[in-house]
Ligand binder design. Structure first.
Ligand code: FEO
Length: 403
């Protein structure tokens, strides 16, 4: 019943749509589900690009079988060894018996580390600049280390002006649409940003390097087909994607703030609201996000557009609350750049909270242009004025930073 979808002449999408997924890779949210895209080219050498998450193997093999007997496949190209793309490789090898499985040098190491059966597989290593012929078409490989793992690579088909970009340019969107121009641009951009800022952000320097390489190579692209979400068709959308990734990777600070906090008996929450008033008075829009009610991945999607991140926690057992600590750990790994930070929190007797948060933000490279505010037990009118002033000062500092 499942069919392959032709996306260019003799080029098919044979992927799986995971409508149920809400947990992407075990650490970030995929509120709209996701897809595991893989592709088939029918040429003299019939070639599949990537597989799918193991539990979705049957869906992809069924789509494949809707256009060709899997036993007629000649080549598999594995652009990335992570389980959502190579996890079904044993199923595909069993069904297709390919002559060659192409992967990058690091891809070979990763496949060897993941699969006991690799010794029996016809792995063939390709590097940046290597080209294989499929007949009328050729596949040009470009290693894209750390986008998203050390083994990742792009496959470019000049005869189709088609780039298989694997994780790069993906979005977590599960839908019956296959092309980005079939949904609202606002939803698309939001999904692209959410994906970038929870998955790709730490590798922004590598993104800029890859974008520069793509520019230097003068690749003529009129379709970008990622392994998650929707496909970008037409030169205009291909250019849109590259431009959007450049903007994400450059991380210019946005004139907005997010106030992230957790609270015990509402003192830190009350402080957060007063800080937001101060930011508003400085003309900086602010969103308050409780870590009890917002997943760290959703907060990070908000951090994406904010040049100022304010973090609040009460002191708890000489430390900070665990949700705040967890969020700081998550954000540190994602390495956001060019941002201001601000700190506040309540305490009862020892009061280490603001020092701990300040040190952790400074360690991540945040500029902290104002002293933190801490309040003993319950904020009074005077301490709420201090919170308001903190928001006002940091709002003005952000205004100056953004220019
Ligand atoms: Fe979509 Fe790095 O896996």
């Amino acid at each position: 019943m499942l069919k392959a979808q032709e996306i260019k002449k003799d080029v098919y999408w044979i992927g799986a749509v995971d409508y149920e997924s809400r947990n992407f890779h075990g650490y970030s949210l995929s509120p709209r589900g996701t897809t595991y895209n893989n592709y088939l080219i029918l040429d003299e050498k019939k070639t599949i690009f990537d597989t799918v998450k193991p539990e979705h193997a049957g869906f992809s093999l069924e789509r494949l079988a809707s256009v060709i007997n899997p036993a007629e496949i000649d080549y598999l190209v594995i652009n990335h060894a992570e389980a959502d793309h190579a996890g079904a490789l044993p199923d595909f090898i069993a069904a297709c018996r390919p002559e060659c499985v192409f992967c990058s040098p690091m891809g070979q190491k990763a496949l060897e580390g993941h699969f006991r059966a690799w010794k029996n597989w016809p792995l063939k290593v390709v590097k940046s600049g290597d080209v294989i012929s499929l007949g009328k078409r050729s596949v040009h490989f470009l290693e894209t280390r750390m986008l998203h793992w050390p083994d990742s690579m792009f496959s470019y088909i000049p005869e189709d002006r088609l780039l298989f970009s694997n994780d790069a340019f993906g979005q977590n969107i599960a839908s019956s649409e296959r092309f980005a121009d079939e949904i609202s641009r606002e939803v698309l951009l939001s999904a692209m940003s959410e994906y970038y800022h929870n998955i790709v952000l730490p590798y922004s320097q590598q993104v800029l390097k890859v974008l520069a390489q793509v520019g230097e190579m003068g690749l003529d692209i009129d379709m970008i087909a990622p392994d998650h979400g929707l496909i970008f068709r037409g030169k205009e959308d291909a250019a849109f994607v590259l431009k959007t990734y450049r903007r994400f990777a450059e991380q210019k600070p946005g004139k907005r703030a997010v106030i992230v906090y957790d609270t015990m008996w509402y003192s830190t929450q009350t402080m957060a609201y007063a800080v937001a008033e101060g930011l508003g008075a400085a003309g900086v829009p602010a969103r308050i996000m409780s870590l009890k009610d917002n997943h760290h991945s959703a907060v990070m999607s908000e951090v994406a557009r904010c040049g100022l991140v304010m973090v609040g926690s009460p002191t708890h057992n000489n430390g900070i609350l665990p949700f705040v600590s967890g969020f700081l750990t998550y954000m540190k790994g994602l390495r956001p750049q060019n941002r201001l930070g601000g700190v506040f929190g309540s305490f009862g007797w020892s009061g280490e909270c603001v020092k701990i948060i300040s040190e952790r933000l400074a360690d991540m490279g945040f500029e902290l242009p104002a002293d933190p505010v801490k309040v003993k037990y319950v904020p009074d009118a005077e301490s709420l004025e201090q919170c308001f002033a903190l928001g006002l000062t940091l709002g003005r500092a952000l205004e100056a930073k953004c220019g």
